[in-house]
Design a protein around this ligand. Structure first.
Ligand code: DGJ
Length: 352
């Protein structure tokens, strides 16, 4: 145990400092004060939320130290705990430079996928403990095809499933903090929503009104605070990143735990319009995103277009053992994205 790793081995088990496979699925990475923090679903006790949100830290991206459960399931509302059929998916953490808080958003769910709400938690430290604040839905909007009934959208607001957070290097609304966005599958997975967050990143960028402490975006805020993208296209696993003033987004199709073909799209503004460019995977014969589903894209050298694609190769019978698929993602001079398979590789391979 404790052998120093010097390479990424996509699709294989990835031991942490204890020798256990990293269970941080649907995960994401935060870089803070020279260290990487990897947060994700801890599925080591199965599909339901029997553990909580895990965190691992690393200085080199190969060797990860287990930091424990930074948001424990017992510190979440009852309906989200495993023993009550709760489940937490795709948690992401960003840092708010103004409040100096670490802010976590997650897809709060229950067996049956009708709960479909955003959960928000905060911490003073990257390694927690995170305090769960609330669950809610950010938008109330009647789509062309009507509200999704399964998730009770008319009453609660539009459903909130596969999600991601994105922090821009712009402060467009002049609130003294970089703009951040939550991106998620809504309308029963038919359409992706992108919503700008408020100055402390704990809700959306609208003032409280007489009806709600946490106001919801409506039709009149479309194009200003939020947008609908990939309308009726059933895209999941939204994974945003930025390259030279353009906003990129990888998405997957919607086939449960089975992998499918990824697509990437590009926009001039975080809210879109996103223009679909195609499958970023090179020589991916099976057209299944190298048997993975996107969860994060980590910048390595943004100027030179070097990033790491992170995906999950879901193994639903033993979800906690799902391998991670980390691959080099490059963007060329024309802005075209390529992800290539390598059985083993390291950051130095970007320079080959
Ligand atoms: C695909 C999603 O991307 C995952 O996060 C998870 O919700 C599975 N579907 C469940 O089938």
């Amino acid at each position: 145990m404790n052998t120093t790793l010097t390479q990424f081995l996509p699709g294989q088990l990835w031991p942490d400092n204890r020798g256990q496979h990293i269970s941080a699925h649907g995960g994401g990475i935060l870089q803070h004060e020279g260290r990487f923090y990897w947060y994700g679903e801890d599925n080591s006790k199965g599909y339901l939320n029997h553990v909580g949100v895990s965190c691992y830290s690393s200085a080199d991206l190969y060797n990860w130290q287990y930091e424990g459960t930074v948001l424990k399931q017992e510190h979440m509302p009852e309906e989200l705990q495993g023993r009550h059929e709760g489940r937490i998916e795709r948690p992401k953490v960003i840092y708010n430079a103004k409040t100096k808080k670490f802010v976590m958003w997650m897809h709060a769910e229950r067996q049956g996928y009708a709960f479909s709400s955003a959960g928000v938690a905060v911490s003073d430290s990257p390694t927690g403990p995170f305090e769960f604040l609330f669950f809610d839905r950010p938008v109330l909007f009647e789509p062309e095809n009507g509200y999704d009934q399964h998730t009770n959208e008319r009453e609660l607001g539009n459903s909130f499933r596969d999600m991601h957070l994105f922090v821009d290097d712009e402060d467009s609304n002049g609130d003294g903090v970089n703009d951040a966005y939550v991106i998620y599958a809504s309308e029963g997975n038919w359409t992706l929503y992108i919503v700008r967050l408020n100055a402390d990143y704990t809700w959306i960028d609208l003032p409280a009104d007489e009806k709600r402490v946490r106001p919801q975006c409506k039709a009149e805020h479309l194009g200003q605070v939020w947008s609908r993208q990939f309308v009726r296209k059933m895209r999941e696993a939204p994974t945003p990143f930025k390259f030279r003033d353009k906003y990129y987004m990888i998405t997957s199709g919607c086939t449960g735990w089975k992998p499918n073909q990824a697509e990437y799209a590009v926009a001039d503004h975080p809210l879109g319009e996103y223009v679909v460019k195609g499958d970023p995977c090179m020589d991916d014969v099976e057209q299944t995103t190298f048997r993975s589903q996107s969860t994060f894209v980590l910048p390595i050298d943004e100027e030179k277009g070097k990033f790491i694609y992170m995906g999950d190769r879901w193994t639903p019978d033993e979800l906690g053992k799902s391998p991670h698929v980390w691959l080099p993602l490059t963007i060329d001079q024309n802005g075209s994205v390529s992800i290539s398979w390598l059985d083993s590789w390291s950051i130095a391979d970007f320079n080959q």
